[in-house]
Ligand binder design. Structure first.
Ligand code: HEC
Ligand code: HEC
Length: 89
């Protein structure tokens, strides 16, 4: 099959679209939550069967504007655990 100019335009269009989508998903995710002493209590609470919403209240006891502000361009931040994965135990 011979590809015409129109075909190439569509192919490039699709590739660009796929590339942008891939970028978007990579960018939305923050770093994994470190498994250290400060974060152990959150891990334990989750393991004990606390709901995600309850654990996120623990996060903001430290990560808030007064003691540990989030980076300036941090995305809207209600549900930490959607974007910050736990390290696999
Ligand atoms: C006891 C206080 C405290 C609590 C509770 C806490 N954090 Fe943190 N967190 C810190 C401090 C201090 C740092 C920076 C130093 C470090 O890496 O430990 C940090 C660092 C981080 C980082 C960045 C790690 C990196 O690699 O730069 C992420 C992401 C994070 N916390 C997410 C969370 C989430 C999500 C929760 C709730 C599940 C949470 N934290 C609960 C104190 C806390
Ligand atoms: C919509 C997704 C999303 C949500 C929800 C979210 N974060 Fe983030 N977080 C990110 C991204 C992306 C970054 C990296 C931002 C940057 O590079 O400026 C980040 C960065 C951070 C950092 C700095 C670590 C570093 O990269 O150096 C901390 C700490 C953090 N988030 C904590 C939290 C806490 C606590 C919550 C809940 C209150 C939360 N995040 C909710 C996506 C999210």
């Amino acid at each position: 099959m011979k590809l015409s100019g129109r075909d190439w335009i569509s192919i490039v269009g699709v590739l660009v679209l796929v590339g942008l989508l891939g970028l978007g998903t990579g960018k939305g995710k923050g770093k994994a939550i470190p498994l250290d002493d400060r974060h152990r209590s959150s891990y334990l609470a989750l393991k004990d069967g606390r709901s995600r919403a309850q654990v996120e209240l623990i996060c903001v006891t430290c990560h808030n504007n007064t003691s540990l502000p989030l980076p300036e361009k941090h995305p809207p931040k209600e549900q930490c655990l959607v974007c910050h994965d736990l390290v696999r135990l």
